[in-house]
Write a protein that binds this ligand. Structure first.
Ligand code: GDP
Ligand code: MG
Length: 316
């Protein structure tokens, strides 16, 4: 080989090496289903990861009824989270529907994030779930939540039990409400995602309409401000949503299952429905960034939780 050709070849090779080093890693994107027993903190985690409220949260189980999309777009990676209703022994049509939604999300997802409540430890229900989730292999990642409420020495036995149940699966101890260990958690999730261009526009954070988010915020206040069976007997529809010059006018109906639940929701001289409306309005104003006029109606929809047609009507 001529000397000049050799020199040229060296230059080309070194240039290629330099390129290989500076080339950014391929973009990753995919679906992450967040699953687990009711009340372990799945919806809290989603909201805190996004810094946006897309899923309602309460101390009562079965708050989340459908699959909720929350998109987190970061440099080089997009995580499309699917928040799900709690996996539980569901009696009745509504409960069975909720558990079905969770299982569908699991099948749809590239990665499944199983969440446990560290305060409860690994319960009998968790053990049954672990046996089912084992089949996911490397698609599975585990988050042990609420470590803010845990004493340090209580963590090790839980980690040991999980390693017995699912040997070698990564467990990240986190606190969803205190945002502890989010960087580690995201790292574990991201490396399991396939190479893919983004699935959603960078500014899209959910697929729920404003109307649907508003209905959920009213339902959240009903759950927080009522007791016994009432939180589970309620569905909310938005019947009017109208942007006026300096206020958005919203009419929403709270559907209850039985006549006896109506006075509970309305309260003495309308005090309960007023309190629910005021709290919901504040949340909705924060969501929309506008002044809101909210009017609430209560309607009896006899036995709707057992009625296929009504469930469809309420999007369940
Ligand atoms: P989900 O049913 O799994 O979606 O659970 P939620 O997100 O609705 O949360 C259930 C309850 O647990 C709520 O009262 C939350 O405020 C609470 N919670 C969620 N995450 C944490 C956490 O990291 N620490 C503590 N102390 N409480 C939490
Ligand atoms: Mg939830």
């Amino acid at each position: 080989m001529q000397l000049w050709a050799l020199l040229l070849a060296i230059v080309v090779v070194t240039e290629q090496d330099a390129k290989a080093e500076t080339l950014p890693a391929a973009h990753r994107a995919g679906f992450v289903a967040i699953v687990g027993r009711p009340n372990v903190g799945k919806s809290t985690l989603l909201n805190q990861l996004l810094g946006q409220k897309v899923a309602i949260v309460s101390p009562k189980p079965q708050t989340t009824r459908g699959r909720i999309l929350g998109v987190l777009t970061r440099p080089g990676v997009q995580l499309a989270f699917l928040d799900t209703p709690g996996l539980h022994e569901g009696r009745g049509l509504l409960n069975q529907r909720m558990v079905r939604r969770a299982r569908e999300a699991m099948e749809e997802a590239d990665v499944v994030l199983w969440m446990l409540d560290a305060v409860d430890g690994v319960t009998a229900e968790d053990e049954a779930l672990a046996r089912e989730l084992a089949a996911l292999g490397p698609r599975l990642c585990i988050a042990l939540n609420k470590i803010d409420k845990l004493k340090k020495n209580d963590l090790l036995p839980i980690l040991a039990r999980l390693d017995q149940l699912l040997p070698g699966i990564d467990v990240v101890p986190i606190s969803a409400s205190e945002r502890l260990n989010f960087a580690e958690l995201l790292c574990e999730l991201e490396r399991r995602l396939p190479e893919s261009p983004p699935l959603y526009e960078a500014d899209q954070f959910t697929d729920q309409t404003e109307r649907a988010l508003v209905a959920e915020m009213v339902r959240e206040q009903v759950i927080l401000q009522t007791h016994h069976e009432v939180p589970y007997a309620v569905a909310v529809t938005v019947d009017r949503f109208e942007d006026k010059e300096n206020v958005t006018v919203i009419h929403a109906t709270i559907h209850v299952e039985r006549e006896s639940q109506k006075p509970i929701l309305i309260g003495h001289k309308g005090s309960k429905i007023k309190a629910i409306g005021q709290a919901a309005r504040r949340e909705i104003e924060a969501l929309l960034g506008r002044r809101v006029y909210l009017e609430l109606f209560v309607r009896v929809q006899e036995g709707w939780t057992k009625d296929e047609r009504r469930l469809r009507e309420f999007g369940l």
